[in-house]
Design a protein around this ligand. Structure first.
Ligand SMILES: Nc1ncnc2c1ncn2[C@@H]1O[C@H](COP(=O)(O)OP(=O)(O)OP(=O)(O)O)[C@@H](O)[C@H]1O
Length: 767
């Protein structure tokens, strides 16, 4: 291990400068403290089980007003067990991710708005801030958890309002080694023995290269971000702002903060983070664990409903039909319709009467029953209504006086009839909600359900997209909300209990080949449905694989890229957030959902009467200002109302535009140009490079860059919609015009694409 006190570039011939000597001394001081913390932690880990119980008890306390900061910090500390697993992960992390990342030098006698003119503050407390709280044997705090009230000055102090902070210091570490220091001074004149080192932590953090995963920002959370993170838990917290303003990362820190302040409520009730795609959840999945929080569920919008995972993107036309509220009417009609294999009439012989109940009568019975009960819960009511209709017919065949015994005998016989059993099994069989959505592929049936609701083009787009599901055995992202809607209408498929059987007998259903289900039968009133664990082979089996569950509810829902959610998706989330508080993050100018008004109304319905508070982020921390200026100029032309943030980091490097000579529909030229640009960028940046291509050129671009990608895994090819929420060191944007033409959000999606690069961007246009 190299000596941290030796300046990086010193050679034996060079004497370190005075500034370098000071930096090295300061580094050594901080290293000594970090070492002490790690020694205490090792001891604490040995006492782990004891501390664990204590830690859990502490986590339950809610933050209150007047308690002293230090006392509260003690209450908020986490246990060493959490740390030990965290530590293993942290040791894999790069810089900025040390356990101790901050230090405050405080002067408690300093007024809130800073020292009087000419007065030099005197430091009377040094406080370290870290990912969790650690105390020494005498219960003196060595590090304060970043979420504790005693740490808040670290994020709130500014030269205008220092909050008693003289100097704020950020420590950069690699595992347990401190490798850098960045100071911010909060007073005009520091005490003589308080040196100031580095160029400021934020700039250092923003200049670093981007890998495939988002990182936490605990060390450099800005004041306005801190306010959103620590906002009250109840109700709805809306976080808006343009691209790269830290909305996502702030929301994730907020989730960690909520867990910290009310662990019992949020761990037990559950916190769900919903993002636009699986690529997005993979991108953010490390942030919460590096903050010591493992209990948060992350799901992509297509993966919210148990029993299906929608990853495919529909055509813009199909996505639109599936997302708007009008589709509810179509689903309601489909949910009431007989299954395609249902018999059209009942013929039976009961109590000496030959009976026939025709299609119209069956439909009338079906409609009446469904007015009072959900389809999958309605078999008993349907059978009773059928018996009643049959009795009316039988009675009309009878001569003379009809006795009460005749009636009773008829109903008993009807109940015992095997013919009726067989009829009911197919006429009112249990229906999987996923199946109902797949019925929409049948253009003829769809036409009946969509009459007066969907135009012909809309019907075509819808049935064609469901046919894609049937052909490929895959769901689209938008399908999840449709299945959830049908589930809410018809209920979960139930399997009738045969009380004569014992516990846990597995019985194949007659239509198991269709469903992929078998009934797990329990004794005495237990009703459950178990699904085969066998690997599905046909497309149909794949689509219906896995058990459907009633919507799980959560204590907190964090919705990212909320501007992309359709009204139907808001309804799906609303079912999971009936008793939840919400954090909702979005930027209208990046929306891929075209009808903002309807989506807002559905969103408001999901929130109900909960109180709301809003935070607006206006600084872009992602893009070099030259790249953002290019993107901003573009979106201003297309969305006059766009919320344009201020990018804070200049690089002096403009985005490059290259023209590509293309003939006809041929994509080869795009692919060649994309490969060349990506190759050049490999030398220009250290981190991830994304080639963002529309579907029209995807196969060519993938093929042309294959070798390059195999040799350099930091180069990837991705479609425009999947880049939502993500970022890279550099991007190659292929054929912007085609991106606009293909995307449901048109120019807004291209704006997303233009704002993904932190350091370099190359745009390939048709020449
Ligand atoms: N205080 C901060 N310190 C360091 N980095 C920050 C800070 N705030 C934001 N960032 C960085 O800025 C980048 C953009 O953040 P984030 O992805 O959360 O923005 P966003 O508003 O959600 O963007 P978009 O709407 O474009 O998806 C990330 O790399 C994030 O780590």
């Amino acid at each position: 291990m190299s000596d941290p006190t030796t300046p990086k570039n010193a050679t034996p011939a060079q004497q370190p400068t005075a500034a370098e000597r000071v930096a090295a001394e300061q580094l050594a001081i901080e290293q000594a403290h970090v070492d002490r913390v790690h020694t205490e932690l090792a001891k604490a880990t040995d006492r782990a089980s004891l501390v664990e119980a204590e830690g859990l008890a502490r986590g339950r306390t809610m933050r209150t007003g007047d308690v002293r900061d230090e006392e509260m910090s003690g209450l908020f500390e986490r246990d060493a067990l959490v740390f030990s697993s965290h530590k293993r992960r942290a040791s894999l992390e790069m810089e900025h991710e040390g356990l101790v990342f901050g230090r405050l030098d405080l002067d408690h006698s300093m007024p809130d708005d800073g020292p009087a003119a000419g007065e030099v503050p005197q430091v009377d407390e040094v406080r370290y801030i870290g990912r969790l709280g650690v105390r020494d044997d005498d219960y003196e705090p060595l590090v304060v958890d970043w979420r504790a009230p005693a740490a808040s000055a670290f994020y709130r102090a500014t030269p205008v309002q220092p909050h008693k902070v003289v100097r704020r210091r950020v420590l950069r570490s690699r595992a347990e080694q401190v490798i850098g220091i960045e100071d911010d001074l909060m007073v005009p004149e520091p005490p003589e023995d308080l040196p100031v080192v580095g160029d400021g932590a934020l700039m250092a953090a923003l200049t670093r290269s981007r890998g495939g995963r988002m990182r936490d920002i605990v060390a450099t959370i800005q004041q306005h971000q801190d306010e959103a993170i620590r906002a009250e838990a109840r109700g709805v917290t809306l976080i808006t702002g343009g691209p790269g303003t830290g909305k996502t990362v702030v929301a994730l820190h907020r989730a960690a903060y909520l867990l910290y302040t009310d662990r019992r409520r949020y761990e037990r009730g559950g916190v769900l983070v919903i993002g636009p795609s699986a690529a997005y959840t993979a991108y953010i999945e490390r942030v919460l664990p590096t903050l010591g929080e493992d209990s948060v569920a992350l799901r992509a919008a297509g993966d919210v409903v148990d029993g299906l995972t929608g990853t495919r993107l529909d055509s813009p036309a199909a996505a639109h039909v599936k997302g708007m509220l009008r589709i509810r009417k179509v689903l309601a009609r489909a949910a009431k319709a007989p299954a395609p294999d249902a018999p059209e009439e009942l013929r039976c012989f009961v109590s000496g009467h030959a009976l026939r109940i025709g299609t119209a009568e069956l439909q009338r019975i079906r409609n009446t029953v469904l007015r009072g009960v959900r389809r999958n819960d309605g078999a008993k009511a349907a059978r009773e209504a059928l018996a009643q209709a049959a009795w009316t017919q039988a009675r009309s065949q009878m001569q003379g006086e009809i006795l009460r015994e005749d009636r009773e005998r008829f109903f008993d016989r009807f109940e015992d009839s095997r013919e009726v059993d067989a009829f009911m099994e197919s006429w009112w069989r249990q229906v999987d909600p996923r199946e109902v959505v797949l019925w929409l592929a049948d253009a003829e049936r769809l036409a009946a359900w969509a009459r007066g609701v969907l135009s012909l083009e809309e019907q075509e787009a819808l049935s064609a997209s469901m046919q894609v599901a049937l052909d490929t055995g895959t769901w689209s992202v938008a399908d999840a909300a449709l299945v959830d809607e049908v589930l809410a209408r018809i209920g979960l498929p139930q399997v009738e209990v045969d009380t004569e059987r014992g516990f846990y007998e597995i019985e194949e259903l007659e239509d198991a080949s269709q469903y992929g289900v078998s009934a797990l039968k329990g004794g005495q009133g237990r009703e459950e449905t178990a699904y085969h664990q066998v690997t599905p082979t046909t497309a149909w089996e794949k689509l219906l694989h896995g058990s459907m569950e009633a919507p799980e509810t959560y204590a907190h829902l964090l919705v990212d890229e909320a501007q992309d959610l359709s009204p139907m998706q808001w309804r799906m989330l609303g079912r999971r957030g009936r008793t939840a508080s919400w954090t909702v993050v979005g930027d209208a100018a990046q929306a891929s959902w075209p009808d903002a008004e309807e989506a807002l109304a559905a969103r408001d319905e999901a929130f109900g009467s909960l109180p709301r508070r809003s935070f607006h982020m206006d600084t872009n921390y992602r893009n070099a200002s030259e790249i953002f200026a290019y993107a901003a100029e573009y979106i201003r032309r297309h969305e006059a109302e766009a919320d344009i943030p201020q990018a804070v980091r200049e690089t002096g490097i403009e985005p490059e535009e290259h023209t590509v000579a293309v003939s006809g529909a041929e994509s080869g030229a795009w692919a060649t140009a994309a490969t060349e640009s990506a190759t050049e960028l490999l030398d220009a940046v250290e981190g991830a490079i994304a080639v963002i291509t529309p579907e029209a050129h995807r196969l060519d671009v993938e093929a042309a860059t294959q070798e390059l990608r195999e040799q350099n895994p930091r180069v990837i090819v991705i479609d425009p919609m999947s880049t939502k929420g993500l970022e890279y060191d550099a991007t190659v944007v292929v054929d912007p015009e085609e991106i606009v033409a293909e995307s449901p959000g048109g120019a807004r999606v291209l704006y997303v694409v233009f704002t993904r690069a932190a350091h370099r961007m190359v745009v390939l246009t048709e020449g």
